[in-house]
Design a binder for this molecule. Structure first.
Ligand SMILES: [Zn+2]
Ligand SMILES: [Zn+2]
Length: 361
């Protein structure tokens, strides 16, 4: 079978590999359909995961994916052959303190399919049966979006978004859109902030408030949405270190701030607003199994919005091109998918495939 293998930093080659053997109890073999490429894939590609990067390469990447069951769990517990699934990529030890507390997404020995284990940029792989969530009503494209949407579900849950809360989401990429959708689903009144017209338009068409302004004017735009008390919740999905002072600045007194975007960059930030306004500042990493299933349900209730997030589809033998697009021209893309099965098409419909310019980077 074909597998796109990240051989070393910045190098991805297509290899012919033997397929997985038959699954043992607790495992399911799946045939991969579509795979989303995300910012964390680029971190691995470029070796900027720091000390945690040791021993990760060579690796088949791909942690956001849809697949069809090719060989069912012999224990008989899992989805039958032919079922379309989305796969929760979290592998947790089950014994460390966060695992014992049910926060398996921050397991001390966390391993992710597609980062620490070979992932979905290959034709077939073996996954834990418990991680395979049946998505019978979703298309292969929509099922591949469950993983990024699950980050938004976890972000909105971490920030305890409640009915009537005013919520400001920084960033209108796939994670920003997912966070906005999850926050609205919990009853939040959502404003999305992004400098890119096309990204704002996409979310405005989905019924979200959107805005952008430079510098101090941005706080005014946010207050115009939330009222003078400021927003109850701010979700920062941008991964931009330099934006954090603005995020803390616009949050309302007693508010919750969830930081979703990963970065190793630094920028000066005063801790002052955190005690002064007694902000709850919360980190967001991956999600729990229940939240992943909730994300599949959320996508099923909003298929058109999910479709509209996909801007590009590349064949498996052009994975390097998909990565290069996100790396070199990120503002032209929203969600880039790799078509592993050979029958994934770019969704058509309002907003699908809009070119982007000038996003948060
Ligand atoms: Zn991702
Ligand atoms: Zn653990």
């Amino acid at each position: 079978m074909r597998a796109a293998v990240t051989q070393g930093l910045g190098s991805v080659l297509l290899e012919d590999r033997p397929g997985p053997g038959g699954p043992v109890a607790g495992e399911t073999v799946v045939r991969v359909e579509a795979v989303g490429i995300c910012g964390s894939d680029l971190h691995l590609l470029h070796g900027d995961l720091g000390a945690t990067h040791e021993g990760l390469l060579p690796r088949v990447q791909g942690h956001e994916f849809s697949a069809v069951v090719a060989a069912a769990d012999p224990a008989g517990s899992g989805p039958p052959v032919g079922t379309r699934v989305a796969v929760w990529p979290v592998l947790a030890c089950g014994t460390c303190r966060p695992c014992r507390e049910g926060r398996v997404n921050v397991c001390r020995r966390l391993a992710l399919i597609g980062v620490h284990r070979d992932g979905a940029l290959q034709e077939q792989l073996t996954v834990p049966t418990a991680a395979a969530v049946a998505t019978p009503t979703l298309s292969s494209v929509q099922a591949a979006l469950v993983e990024p949407v699950s980050i938004g579900v976890h972000a909105a849950a971490r920030a305890r978004v409640s009915p009537g809360d005013t919520v400001v989401v920084f960033g209108a990429g796939p994670i920003g859109a997912a966070s906005a959708l999850a926050a609205r689903d919990r009853g939040g009144d959502v404003l999305v902030v992004d400098p890119v017209d096309a990204r704002r338009d996409l979310l405005a068409r989905a019924g979200f408030g959107v805005t952008w302004a430079e510098g101090a004017e941005l706080a005014g735009q946010v207050l115009a949405h939330s009222g003078p008390d400021g927003p109850d919740v701010v979700l920062d999905t941008t991964g931009r270190a330099a934006l954090l002072p603005t995020v803390l600045d616009v949050a309302g007194h007693g508010g919750r701030v969830a930081v979703v975007g990963l970065t190793s960059a630094t920028a000066p930030t005063s801790p002052g607003p955190i005690p002064f306004k007694e902000l709850d500042v919360l980190g967001v990493s991956c999600c729990t199994r229940d939240e992943f299933a909730a994300a599949a349900d959320l996508v099923a209730r909003h298929p058109a919005l999910a479709d509209s997030l996909v801007s590009h589809v590349f064949p498996l033998d052009e994975v390097a091109g998909a990565l290069a697009l996100l790396d070199e021209r990120p503002t032209e893309a929203v969600k880039v998918l790799v078509d592993v099965s050979g029958d994934t098409r770019l969704p058509t419909g309002p907003g699908a495939g809009d070119p982007m310019t000038g996003a948060f980077r």
